[in-house]
Structure formats: C-alpha cells, structure tokens
Design a protein around this ligand. Structure first.
Ligand SMILES: Cc1ncc(COP(=O)(O)O)c(C=O)c1O
Length: 433
C-alpha cells in the first residue's frame, strides 16, 4: 500500500519538482483543473505590469516595433511549435480555438474541393468531441456543401472511405482523457484520400505531440490549459507546410482574411493578397496583454528543457495519473466511482475521469469546498451511446506533486464516505462550472 510518506519521498526524488516554483499556487488548494484553466505563472504579473506601464503607458504606439508587439504571434508560435513537433514559422498564435478551427477546417475544405475530381462530402468526427468543434465543423460543412458525420471513437476506421473529405479529431478527448493515435489515423485518412485536422487543446504542454512526423494536415489548440497562458489566452493554428505552399501557389485563402494575414498589411491596399506561409492564418490585431501572459506560461517549458522537457513531463504525468487511479480504487472502493479513463498508459492523456451515477455535481462542489478543485462534466443519457456524469481531475506535471494526489484522494474519500456531498448547499448549479 502506498503511504503519504511514500508520496513525499516521490516528491523529493522528482527531477521536475523545482518547476513548481515557477507558479503562484494559492495556499490550501489542491488544483487538479489545469486541463481547464492552468495556474498563474509567477512571471506573469510583473511582465503584464511592465507591458502596461512601460510599453503601453510610456512607449505607446512605438511598442509595436520597439517592444516587438507585432512579432508576438509568430514568436510565441515558434515556442509552441517546439512543444507539438512542428517546424519554425509553421504555427501562429491568435484568436480562439473555435475561430482557428473555423479557419483551418475551411482551408482544408477548400483544398479538398479544389481537386476537381473530388466527390468527397463528409467531415467525420467523434460524437464526444468538444461541442465547439462540432458546431464549427457543422458551420464549415454548411458553407462548403459538406456533411458532418458523428461516430464513436471505435468506429472511426470503419468510416474512412471514398466519401471522406476531412477527418477532424481531438487528440485527447476532453471527457475520457483517451488519446487517439495521431500518426496511424492520419495515415489511414490519407490512404482514404482525405485530410486530417487535429485539436490539441488537451495535448499541447500535456504530452509529446509530433505534428510533422505524424504527417498531420492542420492543427489548432488553446493557450489557457496546460500552457498556463491565462483565462481566455490566445489559441494557435498550424498548417503543414505542403498546404501553405499550395495555398501560396494557388492564392487560396482561409475565410477570415483580416489585414494582418495580408502579404503587406501596412500598404493598406483595398484588395486582399494573402501573406505567405502560416501568416495567412493571422486575422486582426493581436491582444498584446493576453499574448504577454501566454508567453510567460509557454516560457516555463523552456525551463523544463533542463530537466528532460516534454518526455520527462509525460513520464511524471503518467506516474501522477496512475497513482491517482490506484489510490482512488483502494480508498474509495464501493463508494460509487467507476474509472472512465483508459488504464493503458499509452492511450491516457493527463487527466483522470471517474463516472458517477448519483450527485456528481454535488460531489465536486463538496470537494471544492474542501480545497480540492477538479470539475464536473454532465453526461448525456439520451445519446446513441449513453455517456455518464463525470468527475474530472487534471494533472499538470509542472506543478502537481505526488503528495497532492494522496491528499486529493483523502478528500474524495471523506466527501463520499461521510456523505458530505448530500448537504443542500452543494446541490445548486452555478452558471459557469
Ligand atoms: C477540445 C477543445 N476544443 C476547444 C475548446 C474551446 O475552444 P475555445 O478556445 O474557442 O473556447 C475546448 C475547451 O475546453 C476543448 O476542450
């Protein structure tokens, strides 16, 4: 049986332990929700204060050049590219994940439809994909005369046929934490003559991603989860260089042709001419304050390089999630939790979800009242394959300790065994959870 002392020993031996000091974690809180909103990097308040006081306050508009504001989308993009296996100047930061998905999916649809012989009509995705992805895909489908088809993860391969235009998947499922095989599914989508678009919201900064070597076509991801870029942090878009090169050659556009995606924005011409490469996926003026905060989060990964980088982070993430599963199944056996995340570490992201048939929302509220922050995701009993209510726990190896895992399980045990969750104050739902 693992003890709390064992967990403390694991923390003492953890080669990544020093990185926790790069974050400002509130006292008395065990934060297992970095898969929703990452914590505050200690560097961010001073950086933002300086951007506000010195760059905005003093240098004013000169800061677009003197402080490099205009370069932020590409500069931070290059730092994120290293975390997701992409090349220099292939990834750009800006807008939200939803907006970037609209841009890249539309570009993919344009490329597929530009092939005159194409009778491909289907955008294929998982029914349990994050809803914004499905809403956006539906909009793109309607705009391009395509059809959105939704299936379960295990059915994907059976649907890779001559009707498929785009396979649009989220690498790590936001509910189950299951990882899809990006390289294999991309290869099969290509063999079927389609393109593969990947959402990396739950992968970027959480596990090694290999966009180029997986031969993916397009990708998007957010900045506010494992990259710790702050609430509403800008997202990113990546396109394989073969597609940006073709778009350059054929003067193809993504649909949100804003001025900063123009080849020469400061010539202020009335006609649109897309910038070369990934810059054509930029749209309007970058949100400088949010970009500065995001860069503070992303820069912690440069510090992590000295301790083994993404490979070491992945190893710790799996050790944390495995420990959590082991302890919950020991301590909370018979208390109404069922593992909803793969046991197989090769297909487990950096979160653990437990299905809960009764009072899941109240259980999470009771945990939060004790200082353990995770989150609750409602199921859908009416779906073709019914999905359960989930208690979700995210593990960010940059700042989560083994002892936090131990203490979290003790809170969970107390809430369930003592029936704390039944207290009336935990029942009412807030608008944002
Ligand atoms: C897989 C996935 N895609 C997209 C989003 C959100 O998109 P946006 O950044 O546009 O709000 C989330 C948010 O949790 C997500 O989990």
């Amino acid at each position: 049986m693992t003890t709390r002392q064992d967990c403390q020993a694991l923390d003492r031996a953890d080669p990544l332990a020093a990185l926790r000091d790069a974050f400002d974690l509130p006292d008395g809180v065990i934060y297992l929700d970095g898969n929703s909103l990452g914590v505050l990097p200690k560097a961010a308040p001073a950086r933002l204060a300086s951007v506000i006081r010195d760059e905005w306050g003093t240098d004013l508009i000169r800061s677009w050049n003197s402080a490099g504001w205009i370069d932020l989308p590409q500069r931070i993009g290059n730092k994120i590219a290293r975390l997701v296996g992409a090349g220099e100047n292939e990834l750009i930061v800006g807008d939200s994940t939803s907006v970037n998905l609209y841009k890249v999916l539309s570009a993919a649809a344009t490329l597929v439809r530009a092939d005159a012989s194409s009778s491909r009509r289907v955008i294929l995705s998982e029914r349990s994909n994050f809803p914004t992805d499905l809403y956006i895909a539906d909009s793109v489908a309607k705009a391009h005369g395509l059809e959105l088809r939704l299936i379960e993860a295990d059915e994907i391969e059976a649907h890779l046929d001559e009707r498929l235009a785009i396979l649009m998947l989220t690498h790590v499922n936001y509910r189950s934490g299951r990882v899809l095989d990006m390289a294999a599914l991309t290869r099969k989508a290509h063999a079927a003559g389609a393109l593969a678009v990947w959402d990396l919201c739950h992968s970027a900064g959480a596990l090694p991603v290999a966009l180029t070597s997986s031969d993916a076509d397009f990708a998007v991801g957010c900045g506010y989860k494992y990259l710790n870029g702050g609430p509403g942090a800008p997202a990113f878009a990546w396109a394989h260089p073969r597609h940006t090169a073709r778009m350059d050659r054929e003067q193809l556009r993504q649909p949100l042709s804003g001025w900063l995606g123009h080849a020469a924005p400061f010539q202020f011409t009335p006609d649109y001419r897309p910038a070369a490469g990934i810059r054509r996926f930029a749209c309007g003026t970058p949100p400088v304050l949010s970009m500065a905060a995001l860069e503070c989060g992303v820069d912690v990964f440069e510090q992590a390089e000295a301790f083994g980088g993404m490979a070491a982070l992945r190893e710790k993430s799996l050790a944390l999630t495995s420990l959590f599963i082991e302890l919950v199944e020991q301590r909370c056996a018979g208390l109404g939790l069922e593992l909803a995340t793969p046991r197989d570490t090769t297909v487990r992201g950096s979160q653990v979800s437990f299905a809960r048939a009764e009072g899941g929302y109240a259980v999470m509220q009771a945990l939060i009242a004790r200082g353990l922050i995770g989150d609750f995701r409602a199921g859908d009993a009416g779906a073709p394959v019914a999905s359960p209510d989930l208690l979700r726990f995210g593990f960010t190896p940059l700042y989560t300790r083994y002892v936090d895992v131990w203490d979290a399980v003790e809170h969970l045990h107390a809430v369930l065994a003592r029936g704390e969750w039944r207290e009336a104050r935990f029942a009412a739902r807030a608008a944002v959870t």
